[in-house]
Every structure is written in C-alpha cells, then in structure tokens.
Design a protein around this ligand. Structure first.
Ligand code: 2RA
Length: 328
C-alpha cells in the first residue's frame, strides 16, 4: 500500500503507520523520510482523514469503529464488513458511486472477486449478465507471506531430496495441511455447510453485491496453485443479448477502464500471472463463444492479486473519495 501511495503521488500531509504492539517501534521509509511504526490504539486515529486497514478481520472489527468515531473514513481490506448492508463494497471501475452512501467504513472486496467484476462489468453494462461460472487458479501470496515461504521452502526441499511437513496451506489452523509445491489444492479458506469454501462464497456473494444484481447466477470453484503472485480465472458467462460476437466483447473490453485485452490466439498472446505482476490492470484473453450456448462466452482473467486485488484497489478507493469530495 505504501509503495502504491508513493507511486500514485497520493496527497498526504501527515502519515501515521500503525501496527500491533509486537511490530511497533520498527522503522519504515516513505518518500525518503523515516517513520517509526506506532502501536494501533483507538486514540491513534484522532485527526486522521483516511485510514487504510489491512491487519486481519479481528483488528478491523475492534479498531475501525474507533477510527470512524474520531472522524476517519476507513478503507478496510479484510472480509469483516464486506457483506454488511450498511457498508459499500467498492471496485471503483464498477460502483464508485456507492462511496457516496458510506457511513464511515468502506470495504475492499476479495482479490479474486475484484479482478472478475472489473472485467465483467463492461459486458454486464452493455449486454446484461445472467450467469457466471468461475474456476480460479490463485497464487499463494493471497494466503500471506507465510504461504510464500512455505511454497519456496517445499520446492527447495523437494529439489534437494529433503523431507518437509506442510503447515500452512490450504488454511492456516485447519485440521490438515497439504503440499503446495508441484501440486494444486482445491481448497481456499474453510468449507461451509453448503459444500462451497468461504473463498467461493465470497466470490458469489460479493459479485452480486458490487453489481447490485442479487438475481445474478454465480458459482465458483477456488483452487490454489504453486504461483507466488497473480491470480488467474477461467470464467464462463451468459449474457442477456442475442447475436453478440467475440469482436463485440473485445470492443467492450478494449474500451473498459482498468482492463487490458491480450487476446491474439494465432500469435499465442494471452494473459499470464508472470506478466501481470507489478501492474495495476486486469488482463483478459482467450475470449471464445460457447459452442452450444449462443449467449455463452468463455474467457481468461489475470491480475496481480496484491495490487488490483488489494493495495491498488484500496488506494484507488481513497483517490475516488478525494475526487468525489467525500473527504472533509
Ligand atoms: C486468497 N483471496 O487468495 C484470498 C486472499 N484474500 O487466499
């Protein structure tokens, strides 16, 4: 987030960096100046205009209301408030106007949801959307730095013929852990009673909320891959208009903000996570018309889960708040 604020030249008069008591006291440099990180307490938010939260749901539950009480607008990157009907869930390219309804807290959606809705909204606006079926190919960085370490350590152990004990993925704290190096795990977050995982339910529920379309049919299968950064998604959609061609879809995606079309199969041009890393855009390729369903299309959507999926979308929300005159 700090790198993104720096890159975007976000107007900051005064920066306060907050953490748990354990990490307090460390120093961080920002725009050539050293800052000492302080322990986050309710009083820390006195005089703060915008607070970017990304320290886990329980911290947000505890401290976001305290920040709001003191006049701050909170942009929360956890799942704590995403489905709260009082809290706008915002991807600026899709529903920036929802920011005007905020009551202090704004939620940043789940990473895999953000990139999908950013790519689908231009098609929904132009043609209407009836159904979405998505399978994800998600990078380990979505599960935090410990998961990146686990992938690297396991790969090294396997290549050296050493033994290892998985301890983080699929979900830190769940009953079992599985190898991620040279493997694929069809579980992201905990299983719910309906057989879907929480990550899958996030994609389903958040998509409907962001698009203001509760009747949209959405289904998801979320899978973890041994990739460090960059989530990929195979998405099937059914639109609400007849006789639309791949060329029409290309035209909508080319004109869409924050979306880059990379779709030239005859030249093997399509999005890949290794190319998306470090870039703010959502990349779309492999657009095909379904062979049986006239209104059905398949596509491949890739984005840097740490940028558009997290830091960049949060900073973009802060930029939108300024643009709309919502920061007092
Ligand atoms: C993941 N979507 O990739 C999650 C992070 N919010 O695990």
């Amino acid at each position: 987030m700090l790198e993104t604020l720096e890159k975007r030249d976000f107007p900051i008069k005064n920066l306060i960096l907050l953490s748990s008591a354990r990490s307090a006291g460390s120093t961080v440099s920002f725009r050539g100046k050293e800052y000492t990180v302080e322990e986050a307490k309710p009083e820390s938010f006195e005089g703060v205009d915008i607070a970017l939260f990304s320290a886990g749901g329980s911290v947000s539950k505890l401290l976001a209301p305290e920040a709001v009480k003191r006049g701050a607008i909170v942009v929360d990157n956890t799942s704590a408030y995403r489905m709260d009907p009082e809290v706008p869930l915002v991807v600026p390219e899709v529903n920036e106007e929802d920011l005007k309804l905020h009551k202090g807290i704004i939620a940043n959606p789940n990473c895999s949801t953000i990139q999908m809705v950013a790519a689908l909204e231009p098609l929904r606006k132009a043609y209407g959307l009836k159904k979405v079926i998505v399978s994800t190919y998600q990078a380990v960085s979505g599960a935090g730095a410990v998961a990146i370490d686990e992938l690297n350590d396991q790969a090294q152990a396997i290549l050296s013929g050493d033994s290892f004990e998985p301890g983080v993925l699929p979900v830190k704290g769940d009953k079992k852990h599985y190898q991620i190096a040279y493997n694929v795990i069809p579980q992201i977050d905990l299983f719910q009673e309906n057989g879907f995982t929480f990550e899958e339910m996030k994609m389903i529920n958040e998509t409907k909320k962001i698009m203001h379309q509760p009747d949209l049919k959405v289904s998801a299968t979320c899978v973890r891959l041994p990739v460090v950064t960059g989530h990929s998604e195979s998405v099937y959609i059914e639109i609400d208009k007849d006789s639309i061609s791949v060329g029409d879809i290309h035209a909508q995606l080319t004109a869409a903000p924050g979306v880059t079309l990379q779709d030239v199969p005859e030249e093997q041009i399509y999005p890949m996570p290794a190319d998306a890393v470090g870039k703010p855009d959502v990349f779309v390729g492999r657009v095909r018309k379904d062979l049986d369903e006239d209104n059905g299309f398949h596509m491949w959507i890739v984005s840097d889960n740490l940028l558009k999926g997290a830091a960049w979308n949060s900073v973009q929300i802060a930029e939108s708040l300024l643009k709309l005159g919502l920061v007092k």
